[in-house]
Write a protein of this length. Sequence first.
Length: 181
Amino acid sequence: MFRSTPAKIIFVLLIILGFMQLTAKVTVEKQSQENTQKLQQQKYSQQLQQSRENKKIVNANNAQRKHNLVLDAMGRSLTSIQNYVEDFRNVGGDWPEDLTDMGMQSETAVRSKYIQSVKIDNGEIYAFLAPQFGDNKILRMYYKAGTWNCTTNLLLAGKKTIARMPCSEDPDVSFNGRYIQ
């Protein structure tokens, strides 16, 4: 096939050069695939992280929404007692000193899974919250300037009203009145 040695050398060199080009091409393609895989893994990791962060936000929003609904449910369950206290004052001129003035008992005054008991001290309503909210959590309701208001030592997390009643956080809310069963 080849008559001279230089032609053989050139032929071998061309084969080697072709093999080198083929090897380089395969190496470049392999690196390109590896880079593409790395980019896809990074993108997936970022999407997964973003998804986790979004889930945390959604869970936090759901927890906040649930917290707000519970607070409103507590306020609504106390509406009847507010009305009784207000009617007692309108009829008799004085605030009731306790629930017995209105013919009620703490255990039957409110039926709510969120409120353990209710006390009244000179027209102020104290709702003692269920243990699920923590120790000694109280919702204090008082009548001021023609409107019911409340303070509580329960975390309101930015909520300004409970059942349309202005409410504020006060870590020092406590019951100093008489406990009448």
